[in-house]
Design a protein. Structure first.
Length: 291
């Protein structure tokens, strides 16, 4: 059994650790509220853009816009954009995203498709650098409050490459925020814009009646880049919210585990102290009898 002095040091150390994890849990909870507000604000705009594209889509118009161009057969080159966080202490959040990115890259390369890997977030960038994997682009300076400018910065070169024909598709791996406890890694194809995906989820069969000015082609030309950028922005804010949810859960579990450990250490400390007192009393009684 450990001596009381060593147990007292361990108890103090665990108490300090529990105070840190509890503070981090409270900070993550505060950030989570603001992050979920951004997610709630981004989703209706994305849904509105999708509805307009869905109602304006026409096969004849699709031939005019590169962002709707689909490759014939297997894509020759695909850009895979993986989103991770800049910091750890959030459980398996980053590990799940990195695992999906690795599996998707391996799957595409097994099909004979060239892959340009783009990583956003220090954890993902650091992991693939450690593996020695060459990356076509890295961004590791985003904060936990993404903006539309961040989305434009990520998507602008990819959209340009897709329009020029250098890329056949752009896929995005992010954490979809369903709830703080449910943030599954998700694969989404951003380019080409898939109208079948846009159609998904429509419940009304009533055709919208639009008065189009200056014309459907010019409206679609303006809306398509907005839709693509908003898809990236929504993925950024959902990943940021999922990170805070995962961190809050991880820190709560760590705080609870520290409390359980403290209970065990204190019981052990009390037993050790009682044993020490009993031994001292026995020594005193034995010494008195000897005298």
């Amino acid at each position: 059994m450990a001596n009381p002095r060593e147990l007292r040091r361990r108890i103090k150390s665990v108490e300090n650790t529990r105070q840190i994890t509890r503070t981090m849990e409270m900070v993550a909870t505060s950030k989570l509220k603001r992050a979920t507000d951004r997610v709630a604000a981004a989703r209706p705009y994305a849904a509105a853009l999708a509805e307009v594209i869905r109602d304006l889509y026409d096969p004849e118009l699709a031939e005019q816009f590169p962002l709707l161009r689909r490759p014939a057969g297997t894509p020759g080159r695909v850009a895979v954009v993986g989103l991770t966080s800049n910091r750890g202490l959030c459980g398996g959040f980053n590990a799940n995203l990195i695992r999906m990115a690795r599996n998707r890259v391996a799957e595409l390369e097994d099909q004979g498709t060239a892959v340009d890997l783009h990583m956003v977030g220090r954890k993902g960038v650091g992991f693939f650098r450690y593996l020695g994997r060459e990356m076509a682009g890295t961004i590791d300076d985003l904060n936990d409050q993404p903006t539309i400018e961040d989305s434009i910065r990520i998507m602008a070169p990819l959209v340009a490459s897709f329009e020029d024909g250098a890329l056949d598709a752009v896929e995005l791996i992010y954490a979809r925020f369903n709830s703080p406890m449910n943030t599954p890694p998700t694969l989404m194809r951003v380019l080409p814009v898939e109208v079948d995906t846009v159609h998904r989820g429509r419940t009304s069969t009533v055709q919208a009646n639009y008065l189009l000015k200056p014309g459907p082609d010019r409206i679609v030309r303006a809306i398509l880049p907005l839709y693509v950028r908003n898809q990236m922005y929504r993925a950024l804010v959902e990943t940021a919210a999922a990170e805070q949810g995962a961190r809050r859960t991880a820190m709560k579990n760590a705080t609870d585990n520290a409390g359980d450990m403290l209970d065990t250490l204190r019981r052990t400390f009390n037993r050790a102290r009682q044993a020490q007192i009993t031994q001292e009393l026995a020594e005193i009684v034995g010494g008195a009898e000897a005298l």
